[in-house]
Ligand binder design. Structure first.
Ligand SMILES: *[C@@H]1O[C@H](CO)[C@@H](O)[C@H](O)[C@H]1NC(C)=O
Ligand SMILES: *[C@@H]1O[C@H](CO)[C@@H](O)[C@H](O)[C@H]1NC(C)=O
Ligand SMILES: *[C@@H]1O[C@H](CO)[C@@H](O)[C@H](O)[C@H]1NC(C)=O
Ligand SMILES: *[C@@H]1O[C@H](CO)[C@@H](O)[C@H](O)[C@H]1NC(C)=O
Ligand SMILES: *[C@@H]1O[C@H](CO)[C@@H](O)[C@H](O)[C@H]1NC(C)=O
Length: 465
């Protein structure tokens, strides 16, 4: 008995914050707060059960994108989560746009620590994805392994101390970019191989894992940036399907194992699926060894989150003078998106990857490269394109809600778990009815919701009939 208690204690204390032990997976959404989308609206669009977490971005500097500063976003996010009337987890993606090291002040650390405590004290658990995609070079803090690791350790140490007994409610997520395309030559903070500056030579020295004197696609894109098991609760990457072939313009069904190959690595096709394994070194007992220092940097076994994912639907050219007919639309929105979620939201998949415990969809419509792209999986998000396809997108939401009924392994949020202001009730069919009509959005958003609600009502009637 005593032994059992001791073992139980040891097991319990070895769990990471937010780690699951029931074999279920958390499903979340990153919603378009800037276009007045809300967690409640996402739940209403799905019309089935409420999502277990929501993600939003925060500019830690407060100056590059002041409308996403911690003081603007976090209180708004807290209220929006409360409005869902569920116990949904808050996922904060915090970008240190001010740079690393002493560019981050103690006052900024303290302010974030206070806000994390505020979220926890309001009843929230938190994923904090700090300095994501640090192995990329499109942010000021990119491709600087030494600077990143020391900054990460300082910040996480500070916040854990500030959290005190709240610390087991906040999971710190280390989330590099998926390795396809690494080392992504030419970005803002890429160390030019011709540079003789010490800073660049030092960085190349730390990233050149095959030790051939240069940064190239055969260097491991993850391990040089790992801050150490002690400082990391969860590990994650982002996984997108844009199409089969660059430039991503055709609407193609994702290759059957694409999602899986991103996490396992796929040596035969490094450009598309990332050559190097992610799940094995960080989320199995195999662990990770740094090839330069020949030291084991991780014992593995960390819970794994896909921090962002989507299969995109290309629906218009960014350059409106391109003849629209030349955009090949050979597969429907539903076919592409359903094939995508069915490639990882299956009992078989999550059983084979037991540390895969959370996944977040990207609910945006935006331009990238040559095309306008609909990333959403859960129905019509705010649409800045001017092209109307709410009906098709509601088909996607309905397909998801239908498939979700077979997903007994998804951990949905609990309704009524906090005393929020919105009235979100489960109907007899298990669908959600969102009565919260005081969304702060524009009239257009209101109409979107009403159209969505009508379609949902029609769909429920079909399901009952
Ligand atoms: C949306 O982004 C713009 C800048 O692109 C900003 O001026 C505006 O305040 C943002 N709106 C919200 C609601 O965050
Ligand atoms: C619930 O309401 C009580 C009383 O108004 C408040 O003290 C508490 O913080 C609320 N809890 C949550 C999770 O909002
Ligand atoms: C590095 O220098 C060589 C020789 O001058 C040049 O051909 C190459 O384009 C340079 N590479 C970059 C990335 O600037
Ligand atoms: C490790 O370094 C050796 C050279 O010392 C190299 O041949 C090998 O490819 C490297 N492995 C990885 C995974 O980078
Ligand atoms: C798009 O599809 C067409 C027709 O199958 C094909 O000829 C073309 O190569 C594809 N383009 C890309 C970028 O995939």
């Amino acid at each position: 008995m005593l032994l059992n208690l001791i073992l139980l204690g040891a097991t319990a204390s070895a769990l990471a914050p937010l780690e699951r032990t029931d074999g279920k997976i958390l499903l979340g959404a990153w919603y378009d707060r800037n276009l007045s989308d809300t967690p409640s609206a996402v739940n209403a669009r799905i019309g089935y059960k409420p999502l277990s977490f929501f993600q939003t971005d925060v500019d830690f500097s407060g100056t590059l994108k002041p409308w996403t500063s911690p003081q603007t976003v976090i209180p708004q996010f807290q209220q929006q989560l409360k409005d869902t009337n569920t116990d949904a987890i808050a996922m904060l993606t915090v970008y240190p746009f001010q740079g690393l090291g002493d560019k981050i002040s103690d006052a900024q650390l303290k302010d974030m620590g206070d806000r994390l405590n505020g979220l926890v004290n309001s009843g929230r658990q938190v994923f904090l994805r700090f300095a994501p995609e640090m192995n990329g070079n499109w942010f000021s803090y990119g491709q600087d392994p030494a600077g990143f690791i020391s900054t990460w350790q300082r910040c996480i140490k500070y916040w854990r101390t500030a959290l005190g007994s709240n610390v087991n409610k906040v999971a710190f997520v280390w989330s590099p970019n998926s390795g396809n395309g690494y080392p992504y030559p030419g970005g803002e903070s890429w160390p030019n191989p011709n540079s003789t500056a010490k800073f660049d030579l030092d960085r190349i020295g730390l990233m050149d894992t095959n030790r051939n004197g240069k940064l190239d696609p055969l260097d491991n894109p993850y391990i040089p940036f790992y801050p150490g098991d002690e400082y990391v609760d969860w590990v994650g990457i982002s996984i997108y399907h844009y199409g089969i072939e660059w430039p991503w313009v055709n609407n193609s069904i994702p290759e059957p194992q694409k999602f899986e190959r991103y996490i396992t690595g796929y040596p035969d096709n490094g450009d598309y699926f990332g050559y190097f394994p992610f799940y094995t070194p960080f989320s199995t007992p195999a662990g990770a060894t740094n090839n330069i220092t020949n030291t084991k940097v991780s014992s593995g076994n960390k819970p794994f989150i896909v921090s962002e994912t989507a299969a995109t639907y290309h629906f218009a050219w960014v350059d409106s003078t391109t003849p629209q007919a030349t955009l090949l639309q050979d597969h429907t929105r539903v076919e592409i998106k359903e094939a995508w979620w069915n490639s990882f939201l299956t009992q078989d998949f999550i059983s084979r990857y037991p540390r895969f415990q959370a996944v977040c969809t990207f609910e945006f419509i935006k331009t990238e490269e040559l095309t306008w792209r609909d990333f959403s999986a859960f129905g019509p998000p705010p649409n800045p394109s001017g092209v109307n396809f709410e009906a098709e997108d509601q088909d996607v939401a309905n397909a998801f809600a239908r498939d979700a009924k077979g997903m007994g392994f998804v951990a949905w949020a609990k309704l009524g778990a906090t005393n929020g202001t919105a009235t979100v009730t489960a109907s007899a069919t298990g669908a959600l009815i969102d009565n919260n009509k005081q969304q702060s959005g524009s009239g257009k958003t209101e109409i979107t919701h009403i159209v969505g609600a009508l379609l949902l009502a029609a769909w429920i009637r079909i399901m009952i009939a």
